[in-house]
Design a protein around this ligand. Structure first.
Ligand SMILES: CC(C)(COP(=O)(O)OP(=O)(O)OC[C@H]1O[C@@H](n2cnc3c(N)ncnc32)[C@H](O)[C@@H]1OP(=O)(O)O)[C@@H](O)C(=O)NCCC(=O)NCCS
Length: 186
């Protein structure tokens, strides 16, 4: 499968942590909710958040293996994805929903799927990135992937329900009407 334009999808690892797109590099919304709140009124510095995010990746890679991807076009990062055991993403608890799958059930949570460069959206890159993650998790023997998708136009970390339905997901739980829990069996 290919997108309309030529892209390269790389696992996030020590050597390319610096290539995480700037808007995502210091965003700790999923990993450290309290620090994310502090950032809003500048009680937490950008470099501190970036360091925390780097440590989160280092630790998650050590415990779980690959947990993120960067998409490059002409050598520049244009998109980012993050996925991990739900236990590593405490903000999941903030969503009113039936429980998300756990690592012991071989379920992984897709926290972010983001084509940062707007001019690159709608050209098949999101689909390609999602397929790449699905293949990675399938190869590693996981059973399912889940995400909270957005029902309306509200921007959320992983994108809209319609995108996931187009890509074979189903709605697992609608307790949260705005952000239903979507699942895909690998
Ligand atoms: C949602 C997103 C990941 C989708 O990636 P994309 O590269 O634009 O989507 P693709 O071109 O791969 O589309 C794949 C399929 O999903 C459909 N699709 C994509 N975006 C859609 C949308 N917003 N609504 C409905 N369908 C959509 C496409 O029509 C396509 O269908 P097809 O397979 O029948 O052709 C991307 O648009 C994005 O990052 N949006 C911004 C989300 C955001 O703001 N996040 C905040 C992060 S903090």
């Amino acid at each position: 499968m290919s997108a309309e334009i030529e892209v390269n999808i790389e696992d996030i690892k020590e050597a390319n942590l610096k290539d995480i797109p700037e808007i995502c590099r210091g965003c700790v919304y999923w990993e450290f909710p309290e620090d994310f709140e502090k950032k809003k009124d500048d009680r937490q510095k950008k470099w501190e958040l970036e360091a925390k995010k780097r440590e989160w990746f280092q630790q998650t890679i050590k415990e779980f293996g690959t947990c993120g991807k960067i998409v490059y076009h002409n050598g520049s990062p244009i998109a980012y994805a993050q996925y991990a055991p739900s236990e590593r993403l405490p903000s999941i608890k903030e969503y009113e929903s039936k429980p998300v799958g756990k690592l012991e059930e071989a379920v992984v949570f897709l926290s972010c799927l983001f084509i940062v460069d707007e001019s690159m959206r709608g050209r098949g890159i999101g689909k390609l990135l999602l397929q790449n993650i699905i293949e990675d998790l399938r190869r590693r023997g996981f059973r399912a992937i889940e995400t909270f998708a957005s029902r309306s136009d509200v921007e959320n970390p992983s994108g809209p329900v319609a995108f996931y339905i187009r890509n074979g997901f189903h709605i697992k739980d609608k307790t949260n009407p705005e952000f239903p829990l979507m699942r895909f069996y690998l």
